[in-house]
Design a protein around this ligand. Structure first.
Ligand SMILES: [Zn+2]
Length: 277
C-alpha cells in the first residue's frame, strides 16, 4: 500500500494526502498508544498502514480538527476500536446541526463503504472543549486550541509540545486552492495573523506539503494569508459588480498558477456570490 508517511520527529508523523488530499497526524506515546489527528473513512487502509509503520499499538485518542467529512468521517470506525474522540465545541455544534445530512450526502457517493462498514454513520465526539484542552500520552503533551470564525465552525489545532510540532488542520493550505465555503474568510485572515506569531519546529497543514522549519512554516502561513486577502478583495469586487465571477476565477488561477485543485476556486466564488448578505 502506497502511504506517504512523513516522519516529523521521534514520535510525530504526518500522512500526506495524495494530490492535496487531507493530511492526517500521528503522535505516539512511549507506551505505543497514539493520538490520531483527523481520519477519513475512505482512507482507512492508508491510516492503518501508517499507524503500523509508526509503531503505534492502538489509537487512544482521535482528535478531529473540524467537522468536514474528509477529517471527521472515521469516528464510527475508531469508536468501535475503543478510541476516545475529541473535538471543539464549535465542531460538535456543526455536527449536531447538519452532521447527519452532510455525512449521508458524502458517504452516499461511496456506497461500497456501507458494505465494508455495516451501520456506518456519523458519530459525535465524546469530549469537547470550548477554547482549549491539554491531552497527555506517556511522554507526550498535546495542546488543542479552537479558533473561531475561520475555515469552518470547528477549526482547532494541535501542538505537540515535546517535539514542537504544530498541526494546523485546514486553517493552513499549502500549494492547493482551499475550500472557503464553510466559515468566514475575514475571520480566517485574522486567525492566520495569530498563527504567524507562533513558534514551532514544523507545521503540518490540512492539505499540501509540510513546512520543514519555522521559517518555511511562517512563509507558508504568510503566503496563504495573502491568498485569502486577495481572494476576499476580489470577491468584494464581484459583489459590487466591478468584476464578473469568471474574472475572479481567472485572476486567482493566474496569481497561483502552480496551485492544485483549481476547481475549488469556481466553487468558492459561486458559493460566495450565491450566499452574500
Ligand atoms: Zn480538509
Amino acid at each position: 500500500m502506497d502511504v506517504k508517511l512523513e516522519r516529523l520527529g521521534k514520535a510525530a508523523f504526518a500522512v500526506i494526502g495524495d494530490d492535496g488530499a487531507t493530511n492526517f497526524g500521528i503522535v505516539r506515546g512511549e507506551d505505543g498508544s497514539a493520538l490520531l489527528i483527523d481520519a477519513d473513512i475512505r482512507r482507512i487502509d492508508e491510516i492503518e498502514e501508517a499507524l503500523k509503520r509508526a509503531e503505534c499499538r492502538s489509537v487512544k485518542y482521535l482528535f478531529i480538527t473540524h467537522e468536514n467529512f474528509d477529517h471527521a468521517s472515521a469516528n464510527d470506525y475508531f469508536e468501535k476500536k475503543g478510541a476516545v474522540i475529541i473535538a471543539s465545541q464549535g465542531c460538535l455544534d456543526a455536527l449536531v446541526d447538519d452532521g447527519d445530512a452532510k455525512f449521508a450526502e458524502m458517504s452516499g457517493r461511496s456506497p461500497e463503504l456501507f458494505e465494508r462498514y455495516p451501520g456506518l454513520k456519523m458519530r459525535l465526539p465524546h469530549i469537547v472543549f470550548a477554547s482549549g484542552l491539554t491531552l497527555k500520552l506517556p511522554g507526550a503533551t498535546v495542546q488543542l486550541r479552537h479558533y473561531d470564525q475561520s475555515h469552518s465552525r470547528g477549526d482547532a489545532t494541535a501542538y505537540f509540545a515535546e517535539e514542537e510540532i504544530f498541526f494546523a488542520g485546514d486553517l493552513l493550505y499549502t500549494d492547493y486552492h482551499p475550500v472557503t465555503i464553510y466559515g468566514r474568510i475575514d475571520g480566517w485572515i485574522k486567525t492566520l495573523g495569530e498563527l504567524r506569531q507562533l513558534s514551532y519546529s514544523k507545521i503540518v497543514p490540512g492539505h499540501g506539503p509540510c513546512g520543514g522549519t519555522l521559517e518555511i512554516g511562517r512563509r507558508q502561513t504568510e503566503n496563504f494569508q495573502r491568498y485569502l486577502e486577495e481572494f476576499y478583495r476580489r470577491l468584494d469586487e464581484a459583489k459590487t459588480g466591478r468584476k464578473s465571477a469568471q474574472q475572479i476565477v481567472d485572476e486567482t488561477y493566474e496569481a497561483y498558477p502552480s496551485f492544485g485543485k483549481r476547481w475549488m476556486v469556481k466553487r468558492n466564488v459561486e458559493y460566495f456570490l450565491g450566499h452574500q448578505r
